[in-house]
Design a protein around this ligand. Structure first.
Ligand code: MN
Length: 165
């Protein structure tokens, strides 16, 4: 699965994993993504997910859905020179960007979700090999790059401020 391979029904996998009668998460009635609004700033969100294993979920609005990665060590606020594993997960509906709550035990992703940060972002590159964005959040600012390694695995890095010019 890659960020660019979302033809047809972009939220099919998301819906398949969730029963709206059992989870408080938003579950759209159809697998179609939302409609992208031209000329508006694209949004990002980072959610803290206290699941079986704590991780951040890093989500970028694109083509009417939230392209998503799970980041076990969290999205860094500062450049610490380290690459972190980011596992590509299924696209989420746009309304998920506002979701905070408790996914019940036994359901997919069971545990508490809170918003770590959100804001807008600009895209420098977005394809199957590399995603390079500049975040404008309250905690997260500046350039971040995701590099595809293999399968669902990507590496996430915060770029040094000097590289953001
Ligand atoms: Mn998660």
């Amino acid at each position: 699965m890659s960020p660019e391979r979302r033809a047809g029904a972009p939220l099919e996998e998301y819906r398949r994993r969730r029963d709206p009668s059992r989870t408080p998460e938003p579950v759209p009635a159809t697998s179609r993504g939302g409609r992208s609004i031209p000329e508006h700033a694209l949004s990002f969100v980072v959610q803290e997910h206290h699941a079986r294993r704590f991780h951040h979920d890093f989500r970028l609005e694109r083509d009417g859905v939230l392209v998503s990665w799970a980041v076990p060590r969290g999205v860094p606020e500062r450049d610490d020179g380290r690459m972190r594993l980011a596992v590509h997960t299924e696209d989420h509906p746009l309304e998920y960007a506002a979701f905070e709550g408790e996914i019940p035990a036994g359901e997919y992703g069971a545990g508490t979700v809170t918003i770590f940060d959100h804001g807008s972002y600009e895209t420098a590159r977005f394809d199957d090999h590399e995603v390079k964005v500049t975040l404008h959040g309250e905690r997260l600012h500046g350039a971040y790059v995701l590099v595809h390694t293999d399968g669902k695995n990507w590496l996430l890095k915060k770029m040094a401020a000097s590289a953001e010019a």
